[in-house]
Design a protein around this ligand. Structure first.
Ligand SMILES: [Mg+2]
Length: 392
């Protein structure tokens, strides 16, 4: 091609594709069946053969693209119910994103917090998170990029998972640890009973001395009992940390727990936002911060919490709330971009009968980070609609 032939190409204006805008937002409450019973320190999450309550968010654009978001409703863990999540999405968040480009994520987050203001820390983060995931799925589809690249880009191609051990008799927890023989880190749930919990820890360590143990009390300890538990498990090298020993509101109790042990203390239910991280760091009330996409109103909220934690010398752990395939994919994209102390604990594959997605490569405790645009998965919409909760 000579110069003369090339010029018309240079002169031709770039044909900009019309910007795709959000046309509709649907919140679909659904029951997701559990394959095994899940008990934590605050009580029962779900029973084998029964179902947990979830909300799926389907966002469609004018050009026919469809993005999906998901959140669990677990009011025994945090206050949002399946009813409140659906009404929050339908009445407050859908009007904000409708008619806008899915690429306006910062504006969405600002508007979400103006309409539903975080009183102290977060306001309706689970509902906001479901909409954030769905619109980020669309943002990835529009730009042709996987979600991890919108979050800075993955630093690993697979994400190894920690597995949760539901509260049970010590022997049963040891059996479960033996059964999952490829898993290298267990999140061992404890119940606030120092003697029984210490037996649980020793049984699992005896069964799988090759693994790391991440303890999670889910707020079940009270001060004197906690001191007895810490004393009873002193010097077990596999135990790496203790998560949320005391109630979420008791930050002074977290500080007291730290003063009684050299074991790192992690905060989960007591920390939803970067502002919480800043206050906890100033109080020296924790060593580690547990991230969850849902409690930080989406992946960008988690990144803010992570940045404040790191800048204050606090370590990061990644976790979830027994999400199905959509929430799992969102967490895997995020955690593939981060340095975490232990493998993230995302337990949907362990506890749910089906993840209701295709294209997500999960091999027991190893998930391949999707590279297709958006979440990079295909959602089984039929399964979601077949399990719809009527009347919500
Ligand atoms: Mg936890």
């Amino acid at each position: 091609m000579n110069r003369r032939q090339f010029l018309p190409l240079l002169a031709a204006p770039l044909a900009a594709a019309p910007e795709d805008k959000i046309r509709s937002v649907e919140a679909i409450p659904a029951r997701v069946p559990y394959r095994s019973t899940f008990v934590i320190g605050r009580g029962l999450v779900a029973t084998a053969g029964q179902a947990g309550q979830y909300v799926y968010v389907r966002v469609e654009t004018a050009q026919g693209r469809v993005g999906w978001g998901e959140t669990i409703a677990l009011p025994g863990w945090s206050y949002e119910t399946v009813d409140s999540i659906c009404s929050t999405v339908r009445k407050y968040l859908a009007p904000i994103v409708t008619g806008r480009s899915p690429l306006e994520q910062a504006w969405f987050a600002k508007q979400f917090d103006e309409v539903l203001t975080p009183a102290i820390s977060q306001g309706f983060p689970f509902a906001k998170s479901a909409v954030a995931i769905a619109t980020l799925d669309l943002a990835g589809q529009i730009t042709g990029q996987p979600l991890h690249r919108l979050l800075g880009g993955k630093i690993r191609n697979t994400v190894e998972l920690s597995f949760a051990l539901s509260i049970d008799a010590p022997e049963a927890m040891a059996e479960a640890a033996k059964f999952h023989d490829t898993v290298k880190c267990f999140k061992l749930k404890v119940s606030g009973d120092p003697e029984l919990d210490a037996r649980r820890v020793r049984a699992v360590v005896a069964a799988r001395p090759d693994t790391q143990i991440w303890l999670d009390a889910n707020q079940s300890y009270r001060p004197l009992r906690l001191e007895a538990f810490l004393e009873a498990i002193k010097g077990i090298p596999q135990v790496r940390c203790l998560e949320q020993p005391v109630p979420s509101v008791d930050w002074l109790g977290m500080k007291r727990a730290r003063s009684k042990t050299s074991m790192p203390i992690a905060v989960d239910e007591g920390c939803f936002s970067s502002y919480d991280v800043a206050r906890l760091a100033r109080m020296e009330a924790c060593d580690l911060v547990v991230l969850k996409v849902a409690k930080s109103a989406g992946p960008f909220g988690c990144q803010k919490s992570a940045a404040v934690a790191e800048a204050n010398g606090l370590g990061l752990l990644g976790s979830g709330l027994t999400e199905g395939g959509i929430g799992l994919a969102a967490s895997v994209h995020l955690y593939s971009t981060m340095d975490l102390l232990l493998p993230p604990e995302l337990n949907g594959p362990k506890f749910l009968t089906s993840l209701w997605v295709e294209g997500l490569d999960v091999k027991t405790n190893i998930v391949t980070v999707p590279d297709a645009p958006g979440l990079g998965i295909r959602v089984d919409e039929k399964a979601i609609r077949a399990h719809r909760i009527e009347g919500v």
